[in-house]
Design a protein around this ligand. Structure first.
Ligand code: ADP
Length: 590
């Protein structure tokens, strides 16, 4: 159906009403005027007839028919009216326009009969005598107290109709002007009514486009004001709801993106609704780009794909450890449940991925550690057990052998003690760091370095190794002196152990920015680059045979690493095999 603007619906209706009112008004006015005019004309004709009747009464003796005819002709000409005198018998005695002898008896004429009863008789009809419509008005003619007949005045209706027609024309012209004015007015009124509706429509469209700030004007018309207020209220409500929704969205986004677990929400068709940042990082994909794509297209990991398939087809929660190959080798604990609305309808699936790689690594490290400790302890214990058994089997009786065996047993016991001491030191250190029980304070570095060197001096002297110290006297650092001394002893001891006899071990310290860096340099065999990343692990040895020969638990550098951490610092190593090895220990300046 064609949609007409309101103005074109209102305007014709207004116009029709205005025209109908005008037509009714015009018709009423015109007919009132016509009746009034006819009544006036009838009055006027009656007065003229009365004048003639008064003139006839004056004449003495009473006029005969010829005189009457003459009076009618003269008077009729004077007052431009047809005058007729009719005797009581109905016979026409005189007429201003016709010969009475040729005229019928007028006894049956309605105006004559009425006048003969003493009233004014009025009649409008076609006159066969003159050949057109006439208005007749008759008055009684009394002569010396007796009724002689009637005097009748008549006018052709043509003259009356002409006057009435010109009146009609004027009224119609006025009506037309009024109709035009009404049309114009009704057009403007319709426009005035539909204008605010257009404003409201534009405003509502603006709201729909999301511009909820600019409110609609409130008009004076009650209905329009009510509509504008309702729309404004709706915009306010919408705005606050949109704000609440976007706040909710932001909160949800913030929660999801700050979660360390990867979250993957899928709809019932298996399309991605949301992947959070952690999920994107775990699966190596862009969360934005993955939205609305089928999950099987997005996820490339075969194990995870299989898990998601199982979750999608399973109404119960599913949990499993899944290996991811994309970013190194990661192990995630995947938990899949169906997403349901408050009514319990299934909307899709939620998969939560918890990266347990580090946990598994730690478990592995602990297992390795236990295996390593057992292995480290087993070697000296096996050796001790073997020699004790040999002694018991009779070697005791051979003093030379017995002494030799006992000294080996003593050495292995010492080694056991050394390993156990180092293990205890490590675990104590770990505990202290955890409980924040390691206190740091400002100390002169040189003094600590000197005392560490002193401890290693005997071993160095035995191999004729010179230990050179370079350190500014006033260099101070925030340290725990016994711990720092132990770390330095471990480093210097290693340098001495791995240096060739007669070599030089350089120990130096200097300030570098906000840090104090202590370096222990030796010209020993060095460490091949492939071992460098693992050198600080517990029990890690470059060459197990050689290390054991030179002594050592394999825990020395692990202790150094922990001490560095306790000092909010770090330890690094640089080595050129066959040339030199430099261990650097960094702590905070005081
Ligand atoms: P250990 O007590 O057995 O020396 P560490 O933890 O101190 O144990 O050292 C671990 C390993 O690092 C050693 O077994 C050795 O292979 C290597 N290493 C340490 N310091 C040096 C060095 N200065 N020169 C060459 N190799 C070294």
């Amino acid at each position: 159906m064609a949609r007409l603007p309101l103005v074109w619906r209102l305007f014709p209706a207004f116009l029709l009403i205005a025209c109908l009112c005008l037509a009714a008004g015009t018709w009423y006015t015109a007919s009132s005027w016509r009746n009034f005019y006819l009544a006036e004309t009838a009055d006027d004709l009656a007065n003229r007839a009365r004048l003639v009747e008064a003139h006839l009464q004056e004449i003495r003796p009473a006029p005969d028919d010829r005189q009457l005819h003459e009076i009618c002709r003269k008077s009729g000409r004077l007052i431009s009216t047809r005058l007729t005198v009719i005797l009581a018998s109905g016979q026409v005695a005189g007429d201003s326009q016709e010969d009475p002898g040729r005229m019928d008896n007028h006894a049956d004429r309605p105006e004559f009969r009425e006048a003969m009863e003493g009233r004014v008789g009025v009649s409008t009809r076609f006159s066969f005598t003159v050949g057109h419509n006439m208005m007749y008005v008759a008055v009684p003619w009394r002569q010396s107290g007796s009724l002689r007949g009637v005097v009748r005045a008549a006018l052709p209706m043509k003259a009356i109709d002409g006057a009435i027609w010109s009146l009609y024309q004027k009224v119609a012209l006025g009506g037309l002007g009024m109709a035009l004015l009404a049309a114009l007015l009704s057009f403007f009124i319709a426009r005035r009514l539909s204008g605010p509706l257009h404003d409201l429509q534009r405003g509502a469209l603006r709201f729909a486009r999301g511009d909820l700030e600019r409110k609609l004007p409130v008009y004076h018309t009650a209905e329009l004001a009510g509509l504008a207020e309702a729309l404004n209220y709706m915009a306010d409500r919408l705005q606050s709801q949109i704000q609440a929704l976007s706040r909710q969205g932001m909160e949800q986004e913030a929660i999801l993106s700050s979660m360390t677990e990867g979250v993957l929400a899928l709809d019932a068709a298996g399309r991605v609704i949301i992947i959070n940042k952690a999920g994107g990082a775990l699966l190596g994909l862009d969360p934005q780009a993955a939205q609305n794509l089928p999950v099987q297209e997005v996820v490339q990991e075969p194990e995870l794909k299989w898990f998601i398939n199982r979750t999608l087809s399973n109404p119960d929660a599913v949990e499993e450890e899944v290996a991811l190959a994309s970013d190194g080798r990661k192990i995630v604990k995947a938990h899949g449940t169906s997403l349901r609305d408050p009514q319990g309808m299934v909307l899709g699936t939620l998969v939560v991925l918890h990266d347990v790689t580090r946990l598994r690594q730690l478990e592995q490290t602990r297992r390795d550690f236990v295996a390593n400790v057992s292995h480290e302890l087993k070697t000296p214990i096996t050796s001790i057990k073997g020699f004790v058994e040999t002694l018991l089997a009779g070697a005791l009786k051979e003093p030379d052998h017995a002494r030799n065996f006992l000294s080996i047993i003593a050495k292995q016991t010492e080694r056991l003690q050394e390993i156990i001491d180092d293990l205890l030191t490590l675990s104590r250190l770990e505990q202290d760091v955890e409980r924040r029980q390691i206190f740091l304070s400002g100390h002169r570095v040189k003094e600590i370095m000197q005392s560490a060197i002193q401890i290693c001096e005997a071993k160095a002297a035995a191999k004729e190794i010179e230990i050179q110290l370079t350190c500014p006297d006033d260099l101070r650092a925030r340290v725990n002196p016994p711990l720092l001394e132990q770390a330095l002893v471990n480093l210097v001891d290693n340098a001495v152990k791995f240096s060739e006899p007669g070599g030089v071990v350089q120990v130096e310290a200097r300030r570098e920015g906000p840090r104090v860096v202590m370096r222990v340099r030796d010209q020993g065999p060095g460490i091949p680059p492939e071992h460098l990343p693992r050198i600080f692990e517990r029990f890690y040895r470059v060459d197990a045979g050689r290390s054991r020969k030179v002594g050592g638990s394999g825990l020395g550098l692990a202790i150094v690493k922990h001490i560095a951490r306790a000092h909010v610092g770090r330890v690094t190593v640089a080595s050129t095999p066959g040339k030199e090895t430099v261990f650097s220990l960094e702590v905070q300046v005081d």
